[in-house]
Design a protein around this ligand. Structure first.
Ligand SMILES: Cc1cc2nc3c(=O)[nH]c(=O)nc-3n(C[C@H](O)[C@H](O)[C@H](O)COP(=O)(O)OP(=O)(O)OC[C@H]3O[C@@H](n4cnc5c(N)ncnc54)[C@H](O)[C@@H]3O)c2cc1C
Length: 399
């Protein structure tokens, strides 16, 4: 039967193109369809960056992409987690995770969006179709067809929904979602600072939400400042000088003077979890499957593990001459991914509830927890392996 590709991927953010490249390496043809216009080349420092775990970096290495990212990536040598109040700094009980505890090099790398996104798009070449909004799909015997806003039709054997946390593809397939509004907004900005950061990432839990200070090359950091929605709207409305003045007491003085080094962004935060990872000739991956709170910097890493598991599952099926859209093949992907997704969704949701308040009893409990985790070597080591993305049932290319 004539078809446009074996796999059609709806969504050309980060996960869709990564999957397209992974399938390409496995000899499976795909087309990535994205509603938005092309991303364009490197846009200059803008502060949006991802903490990629060791597991994700290994995957980019396996796909032959890491060499082109390495020069602009910042190794994460350690993480400091503390519980604090604005202007008071962290409580004395903090959790420190260091790369020497792992003994295998950095815990991960900070990679800027302006480097990662264009690299994925460029590597996919003509297989990434921009301004190609998927408006409907229909699964039938042996194939799935997709209709675009332009009325063009494409056919394949499997459709992957990688169209983000509000996945229209999943909704139209009747897949329900668990949705929770956190009443918080993450404000993201690039900050230049006076003192070197030494490759350390800081996560300070404040009553209104966490503040992450993530190291970038040079004396620069990507700041992810979570505030309740009303306060975030006030901060957003401020001019740059007002914003920096408001950030100053929250940021602390440990890196010396600070200044804004790029644009400012804001992201309303919520949990958006699909109730099923599969439908007829359909699978979900990335935020379409699981939109999480960014407090642990793990959402994209989780999506990388979806991609690696899906590519490995489909490659195994195709090698045996099976149809990649077969329900049994898709069910094995869903079984593989279920525990990892559920555990991270529960962890990020639970940590946000435990830390984003000023309740004295909870403060005592979480400080004791951080102190304990810091002092028990087995617990520290397992936390480090989790943070580095080296724990659990990993796809071969990430081990
Ligand atoms: C503030 C913040 C900080 C974060 N930091 C980290 C971090 O440090 N580490 C980490 O691992 N993760 C982090 N994350 C999470 C990470 O950004 C997301 O998990 C990741 O970007 C999801 O990628 P995606 O491709 O699945 O979805 P998206 O990036 O949402 O892409 C979806 C794509 O689908 C397209 N689309 C939508 N509808 C259609 C349609 N009908 N047809 C065709 N295309 C369509 C859209 O145009 C878009 O390009 C952070 C998130 C936030 C908000």
């Amino acid at each position: 039967m004539a078809r446009d590709a074996e796999v059609l991927i709806a969504g050309g953010g980060l996960i869709g193109p990564l999957l397209g490249l992974a399938l390409d390496r496995a000899g499976i043809s795909s087309l990535v369809l994205d509603a938005a216009p092309p991303a364009g080349a490197d846009r200059g420092l803008d502060g949006r960056a991802y903490a990629l775990s060791r597991g994700s970096v290994r995957y980019l290495q396996a796909l032959g992409l890491w060499d082109r990212l390495a020069a602009g990536a910042q190794p994460i040598c350690g993480v400091r987690v503390g519980d604090g109040r604005a202007g008071e700094g962290a409580s004395p009980l903090t959790l420190s995770l260091d790369d020497h505890d792992l003994g295998e090099g950095p815990l991960g790398y900070m990679v800027e969006d302006r480097h990662l996104r264009p690299l994925l798009a460029e590597s996919l070449g003509g297989r990434l179709h921009s301004r190609a909004q998927v408006t409907s799909h229909q699964a039938g015997p042996g194939q799935v067809s997709v209709t675009l806003a332009s009325a063009a039709k494409l056919t394949g054997q499997l459709l992957v929904a990688a169209d983000g946390r509000a996945s229209g593809v999943a909704r139209r397939a009747g897949i329900g979602r668990v949705v929770k509004d956190y009443g918080q907004t993450a404000l993201v900005a690039a900050i230049a600072h006076e003192q070197p950061h030494g490759g350390l990432a800081h996560q300070l839990f404040l009553p209104s939400g966490p503040l992450a200070i993530l190291p970038l090359p040079g004396n620069r950091a990507s700041v992810v400042w979570t505030e309740n929605t009303a306060r975030a709207a006030e901060l957003e409305a401020m001019d740059d000088a007002g914003f920096i003045a408001a950030l100053r007491p929250v940021f602390g003085r440990f890196l010396g003077a600070i200044a804004l080094a790029g644009a400012r962004w804001s992201y309303p935060l919520g949990l958006s979890l699909a109730q099923s990872l599969t439908g007829p000739r359909l699978v979900l991956a990335g935020d379409a499957a699981h939109g999480l709170h960014p407090l642990a910097g793990q959402g994209l890493n989780l999506g990388f593990r979806d991609v690696a598991a899906l590519a490995e599952t489909l490659a195994g099926a195709v090698r045996l001459g099976r149809d990649p859209g077969d329900a049994m093949v898709l069910a094995s992907y869903a079984r593989w991914r279920h525990a990892d997704i559920a555990a991270l969704a529960a962890a990020t949701d639970g940590i946000n509830a435990l830390f984003s308040n000023d309740d004295p009893a909870l403060r005592l409990l979480r400080d004791a927890g951080l102190g304990l985790a810091d002092r028990i070597p087995v617990l520290r080591r397992s936390l480090i392996r989790e943070a580095a993305g080296l724990a659990g049932d990993l796809p071969v290319a990430m081990r």
